[in-house]
Design a protein around this ligand. Structure first.
Ligand SMILES: Nc1ncnc2c1ncn2[C@@H]1O[C@H](COP(=O)(O)OP(=O)(O)OP(=O)(O)O)[C@@H](O)[C@H]1O
Ligand SMILES: [Mg+2]
Length: 242
């Protein structure tokens, strides 16, 4: 039952580097198809928490994640879990636009080449859809074969978003995706987040309380090794208020 409501459930989670806890005893649940903003002081562990949700910290020497982390009903801290499979359901977008030294098109289909089944997949259709979803199609459709690094920072961030969306993950993790962008590009990303929330569960780390208020239903505060889940700010469409 709770798996229908919550995309992610943490129980008594401890995250540490070389034995030093960043987060200790954290328990919370993140609702499906909502935007949850993660806020807290610098160094409190927001990125560490986000990266744990897609097992991205596995290769950091000394990093340890303990407790129970369930993502889409599956316990993900098990050593036996298929991380590639997890990454097709949980996508991540970083603070600095991350583009590869390849063409715009190859950047969009990069994840598809790993995750999509080899037969019958029409990559160019999926690339177009992802670029349209990321509000970037009109700006790049005539130069898909050009190197991605010629794009502006804001365009590169939307390209990174398109690459993540192309795989169609149920959960999108975004670590301060607008902090390196100008207000116009930042607004574009916020519009994008709002347009995606019916189809995806979004977890957004942000230093901007205003941004959290604009786009998020729920709020998680990370501070002093604890994770505090604030009662929902707004009901989801179709939920009662009372
Ligand atoms: N690879 C690492 N090795 C050792 N310690 C680390 C590593 N990455 C992060 N830390 C430590 O873990 C703590 C939490 O870092 P984290 O990057 O998760 O914080 P944050 O809340 O995302 O901060 P910011 O808002 O500045 O991005 C910090 O004290 C940091 O120094
Ligand atoms: Mg961070």
């Amino acid at each position: 039952m709770t798996e229908n409501v919550y995309a992610i459930q943490l129980e008594n989670v401890r995250l540490s580097y070389s034995g030093k806890a960043v987060i200790d005893g954290a328990s919370c649940a993140i609702r499906k198809n909502a935007v949850t903003a993660v806020v807290g002081p610098s160094g409190s562990g927001k990125s560490t928490l986000l990266r744990t949700l897609c097992r991205m910290n596995d290769r950091i020497p000394g990093f340890r994640a303990e407790g129970s982390v369930r993502v889409l009903g599956r316990v993900i801290l098990d050593p036996g879990i298929m991380v590639y499979e997890l990454l097709s359901r949980v996508g991540m977008v970083f603070q600095k636009p991350c583009v590869f030294p390849k063409s715009i098109y190859e950047n969009v289909v990069f994840g598809l080449r790993f995750h999509a089944s080899p037969n019958g997949e029409n990559f160019s259709e999926r690339a177009e859809r992802a670029l349209r979803d990321a509000f970037l199609w009109d700006e790049v459709k005539d130069r898909l074969d050009q190197p991605a690094h010629i794009l502006s920072q804001g365009q590169q961030q939307r390209l990174a978003m398109a690459r993540t969306l192309a795989v169609d993950p149920e959960i999108l993790l975004m670590d301060e995706p607008t902090s390196a962008l100008d207000p116009k590009s930042s607004n574009a990303i916020e519009d994008l987040i709002l347009s995606l929330k019916d189809r995806h569960t979004i977890i957004l780390v942000t230093h901007s309380v205003e941004q959290a208020e604009r786009v998020a239903e729920d709020l998680i505060c990370v501070d002093d090794q604890t994770v505090c889940h604030k009662p929902c700010q707004r009901p989801l469409p179709g939920e009662g208020t009372g």
